[in-house]
Design a protein around this ligand. Structure first.
Ligand code: ZN
Length: 268
């Protein structure tokens, strides 16, 4: 990514961040503030193997879906990444981006990742954190120090190391040493030592659904974004069956159906 592009994204992330409640370093509650900023945020535990999340524009609604089966630090990153798609990429011409994972190398994926990390852990604050809160020399850093940083910025262990290394605050030798130390003692133990009530390293499995949920779930089922099983699970949460909302799930949509067939079927 070009430096100029990076700067523009950092400015956008800063501007968005200004409107969120922060403590000394991190965003206090990205979920609540997203909703307060008018995003329709849906959190649903659809299983670890399923999509991480997606961003969608529909009827003027800015929708963010996040899979709450991921560990919380990961889910927070997902919401920040989807926010990035809303701020940087979605428009009338492109109304949806689905994220199976964040390993994609497309420009859009790299940009959304850069937005997310700049939003959650802006570089000036990371530098300040290292200066004020970490031991003087990186060779003296322990995995416990990284676990503290996880809590300060709501990041995963890996994301903390990435951020520190990208900002040239951590070299690869020390990164390797910290990774080994972390594997020897699980991160959750560190996090537990630091804060009993902090569950950043676990999946929240939270179900949080705005009023428009039903409309949303039907739209996505019809557009094959979510599988039938998820539709049934989601409706079950509302004590409904697919037939209650006029969907006949015995008419399975074949995998190899092309768009024309699908459009034909929807017109029936
Ligand atoms: Zn993405």
């Amino acid at each position: 990514m070009l430096d100029q592009k990076k700067k523009t994204i950092e400015m956008c992330a800063d501007r968005e961040r200004e409107q969120y409640i922060k403590n000394a370093y991190g965003i206090v509650n990205i979920f609540r503030d997203c909703r307060d900023r008018g995003y329709k945020l849906i959190r649903y535990p659809i299983g670890e193997e399923n999509v991480l999340g997606f961003a969608q524009l529909r009827d003027g609604d800015k929708i963010i879906f996040s899979n709450s089966s991921s560990r919380l630090s990961r889910e927070i990153f997902t919401v920040a990444h989807e926010l990035g798609h809303h701020v940087l990429h979605l428009s009338e011409d492109k109304s949806e981006i689905i994220d199976d994972n964040f390993d994609g190398t497309s420009d859009e994926e790299e940009e959304a990742n850069h937005f997310a990390i700049s939003f959650l852990a802006p570089k000036d604050l990371v530098r300040k954190y290292v200066e004020y809160e970490m031991p003087n020399s990186q060779s003296a850093w322990a995995a416990l120090d990284i676990a503290k940083m996880m809590i300060a910025f709501n990041l995963s262990f890996e994301a903390c190391l990435n951020r520190l290394q990208n900002l040239s605050l951590l070299d690869s030798v020390n990164r390797h040493r910290l990774t080994l130390e972390k594997s020897a003692n699980s991160v959750s133990n560190y996090v537990r030592i630091l804060d009993d009530s902090c569950n950043i390293n676990k999946a929240s499995e939270v179900i949080a659904i705005p009023d428009e949920f039903l409309k949303w779930v039907l739209y996505n089922y019809e557009n094959r974004v979510i599988p039938q099983e998820t539709l049934e699970k989601s409706l079950n949460f509302l004590k409904l069956k697919p037939s209650d909302v006029g969907i006949d799930t015995t008419k399975k949509i074949a995998e190899d159906l092309n768009l024309d067939d699908l459009l034909g079927r929807l017109d029936d």
